[in-house]
Design a protein. Structure first.
Length: 185
């Protein structure tokens, strides 16, 4: 167990995967492991970041995410899943999206990014979330499909609005730099 005060909750219905992620993170963070949605919700108090699988029996990761946000828990959430992203992710209130298989360095970088994000105000957090979703969709969807999507267009417009209001908060970081940081996850 780490002496770091940050706590990460790893949620995956495959115990070997959850324990593997925990082993990768335990030198840097206090790590909790849950192998189901109900267990995850029981372990949520005082958690700083959650790594959440989407496809689980019983309560899905999407449902757990809704309960986290609806319950007012103050933690950042990364979906770590084998589910390829589709336009449904636009309305999901996560902070980062990693598609399995995930490398150790990518998982550690995602947790670091989530914890850094916690230090910023809500507008910057929303901008990060939208930039993450945009980058995820741009990596997985063909340009023609993006151009035909009303959801993607709304996402892009909202991101542009936030960029205008958060420029001072993010400093000199322009959209490409911000998006590049997100893509590095």
């Amino acid at each position: 167990m780490s002496e770091n005060t940050n706590t990460v909750l790893v949620v995956d219905d495959e115990p070997n995967v959850a324990e593997g992620y925990a082993l990768w993170l335990e030198d840097e963070y206090d790590v909790r492991v849950a192998t189901g949605g109900e267990e995850a919700l029981e372990k949520l108090p005082d958690v700083d970041a959650v790594l959440l699988d989407r496809r689980m029996p019983g309560m899905s990761g999407d449902e757990v995410l809704e309960r986290i946000r609806g319950g007012g828990y103050d933690c950042r959430v990364a979906m770590v899943t084998a589910v390829d992203p589709d336009f449904d992710i636009i309305d999901m209130p996560f902070d980062a999206y990693l598609t399995k298989p995930v490398e150790r360095e990518d998982l550690q970088a995602a947790v670091d990014q989530l914890l850094t994000l916690s230090e910023y105000d809500e507008a910057v957090q929303e901008q990060f979330q939208l930039a993450e979703k945009r980058a995820t969709l741009e990596m997985k969807k063909p340009r023609s499909e993006l151009e035909e999507s009303a959801e993607y267009e709304e996402l892009t417009e909202r991101l542009a609005e936030l960029e205008e209001t958060t420029t001072d908060l993010v400093g000199s970081m322009d959209h490409e730099t911000f998006s590049s940081t997100v893509r590095d996850l």
